[in-house]
Design a protein around this ligand. Structure first.
Ligand code: SF4
Ligand code: SF4
Ligand code: F3S
Length: 325
């Protein structure tokens, strides 16, 4: 158990799927040395297969107090091979006038981006950014026979001790979110580190700081003055992803409100386009209650009344989104 827990809240009503967070993380941590295929932060389209492909059906997590079996995603089929482009020929040698793919992968990260589900004009999708959840009951940690994964006392960040890890990959099997990645070059596993070297200097994680949609709040769950405590504990307006996996995640989501469905004459109905059952599968049974709360607070704000929750989620000043000390 940690003394305190740092957590992130992501407001799915504001994510525009721009991948700035993904790039911020990749440039900082995973663009070389066996990490090229890894996305410690990824943003996938929901509904969709996600990254790695079908991670929600990949096993792992807890069944009561027992670890569930799972699988190690394959590089070519599940994580997906990157598209290689003819940069040299098109941009430097001038031997090809077009920038185009030189390989033909069958699957890449975000292969099904923006596809979503539903029939036009009632099709729907939203973006789901994902990091390691720095879980309170981390399956990755429990699965490692080397004791190489630990949870920091001071902030609950879950890390892989690179000097202890021997590349057994039980952690990859056990994480139901598939957020531990095997580095074949070093024969070690690696994962999102919640940017702890930045956090220790009072700087927010790169994915959160660079987020142009201002969807990511970072703070300690027990810090009553911080945005995370207010959204998660005081307002109870954020939920964890797949709570049924049993790992008690510390990444929280404000669930997405939905446009109304159109009827055959093109008139809006009272039915939401995103099925509540789909959201309940992702975020648990409280989702309808939270969506009701968001709608009520949004209406207040629209009438010109005060709403602390809406002010927090609008995030007028970026610096107020982070309280990590
Ligand atoms: Fe471990 Fe996965 Fe939880 Fe991260 S999300 S702490 S890798 S179980
Ligand atoms: Fe990447 Fe840091 Fe965000 Fe983790 S917290 S996903 S390491 S940018
Ligand atoms: Fe343990 Fe995972 Fe390394 S199981 S040894 S932390 S690859």
């Amino acid at each position: 158990m940690s003394k305190r827990q740092l957590a992130m809240v992501m407001d799915l009503n504001k994510c525009i799927g721009c991948q700035t967070c993904t790039v911020a993380c990749k440039v900082q941590w995973t663009n070389r040395n066996g990490r090229d295929y890894m996305y410690w932060n990824n943003v996938e389209t929901a509904p969709g297969k996600g990254y790695p492909k079908n991670w929600q059906e990949s096993g792992g997590g807890w069944e009561g107090s027992v670890l569930k079996d799972g699988k190690i995603p394959s590089l070519a089929n599940d994580y997906g091979m990157p598209v290689q482009l003819n940069y040299e020929q098109a941009l430097f040698a001038g031997t090809d006038p077009w920038l185009k793919a030189t390989n033909d992968p069958a699957w890449t990260p975000n292969w099904d981006e923006d596809e979503g589900a539903g029939e036009f004009p009632n099709s729907y999708h939203f973006y789901l950014p994902r990091i390691c959840n720095h879980c309170t009951n981390p399956a990755c940690l429990a699965a490692c026979p080397r004791g190489a994964i630990y949870k920091r006392e001071e902030d609950g960040i879950v890390l892989v001790d690179q000097s202890r890890c021997r590349g057994y990959r039980h952690c990859v099997v056990a994480c139901p979110y598939k957020k531990v990645y095997f580095n074949p070059l070093f024969n070690r596993s690696e994962k999102c580190i919640f940017c702890y070297p930045r956090v220790e200097q009072g700087i927010p994680p790169a994915c959160a700081k660079q987020c142009v949609g201002r969807i990511r709040h970072v703070g300690f769950l027990d810090d009553e003055a911080g945005p995370v405590h207010k959204i998660v504990v005081k307002w109870k307006a954020a939920l964890t992803l797949r709570p049924d996996f049993g790992t008690e995640p510390n990444a929280y989501y404000v669930p997405p409100l939905s446009s109304p469905k159109f009827d055959a004459e093109g008139k809006p109905t009272a039915e939401p386009r995103i099925p509540v059952a789909f959201l309940e599968k992702l975020f648990g049974p409280r989702v309808g209650e939270v969506l009701g709360l968001l709608e009520a607070e949004r209406s207040k704000k629209a009438r010109g009344e005060e709403s602390e929750l809406m002010d927090l989620l609008i995030a007028y000043r970026q610096e107020e989104m982070f309280k990590i000390r």
